[in-house]
Design a protein around this ligand. Structure first.
Ligand code: 6PG
Length: 240
């Protein structure tokens, strides 16, 4: 079982700075391609904006980055609920990343077909259609925590949480707003990672975070990694 570490910080801004430094350090410590899976929702916006600004914009070797999405709302990119649009406007359109290495989830077709298409994208990037222990698909997976304990678009009680034979699942019914169909990495795909980092901020996350830390098998609590699962949380989310 992956090591779980809780890193409690003062507020959302401190989480963004700490995670930006941690990510930059990981990327700069390596030499080859670095695969980073982005989370959706609103919490990552501060982190993404920070990474798009100096010094990170100049110091991170963006040419080595391969960027993927952990989940997506099946809406046009013009829709304010689009995770791709959020990632583009806060980060991707501001950094010198090779666009051929940016892999957003397709949302213009039927969700099941788009889930399979994205799974093929991941398999092409990985070089196999089987996940091999010891050779993780992602270097880092960033995740958020929903008020119901979901993460990515794996909602409690929904079938996608239990999918183990696919890397990407279609989620016809979201368990939390926005109630639109979703695409989501599955738990095995998330587990094929060197590091998972949850970013959790705000008093509205006290309840789900307490439940996860108490060991409830919520989707976010079932996330594992080949390396470590870090929880970057602020005092408000810890109820302090
Ligand atoms: C999504 C996200 C989702 C998010 C949590 C937390 O597409 O909705 O991937 O898993 O991380 O719902 O969202 P906030 O950061 O907006 O609280």
């Amino acid at each position: 079982m992956a090591e779980r570490r809780i890193i409690e910080l003062a507020n959302a801004d401190e989480i963004a700075h700490r995670v930006a430094d941690w990510l930059a350090g990981l990327i700069e410590a390596g030499t080859g391609p670095f695969s980073l899976c982005l989370s959706g929702g609103s919490t990552p916006k501060r982190l993404f904006a920070l990474m798009a600004a100096e010094p990170y914009r100049s110091t991170i070797p963006w040419d080595r980055l391969h960027v993927f999405m952990g989940d997506e709302r099946v809406v046009p990119e013009s829709d304010p609920n689009s995770n791709a649009a959020m990632s583009e406007s806060t980060l991707l359109s501001h950094v010198p990343i090779d666009r051929a290495n940016v892999h957003l989830m397709p949302t213009d077709g039927e969700p099941e077909q788009e889930a399979r298409a994205y799974e093929r994208t991941l398999q092409q990037a990985y070089g196999s259609d089987t996940l091999h222990p010891g050779r993780p698909l992602f270097d880092v997976v960033l995740l958020g925590l929903g008020k119901d304990g979901h993460t990515a678009s794996l909602f409690p009680g929904k079938p996608a949480v239990e999918v183990t034979d696919r890397w990407v699942a279609a989620v016809p019914e979201a368990g939390q707003e926005p109630y639109v169909p979703r695409l989501s990495l599955t738990l095995p795909a998330i587990a094929s990672s060197r590091h998972v980092a949850f970013l959790v901020s705000g008093a509205d996350k006290v309840e789900p975070l307490r439940r996860v830390l108490a060991g409830e098998p919520l989707p976010s609590g079932r996330v594992t990694s080949e390396g470590e699962v870090l929880w970057y949380v602020d005092r408000a989310a810890m109820g302090h």
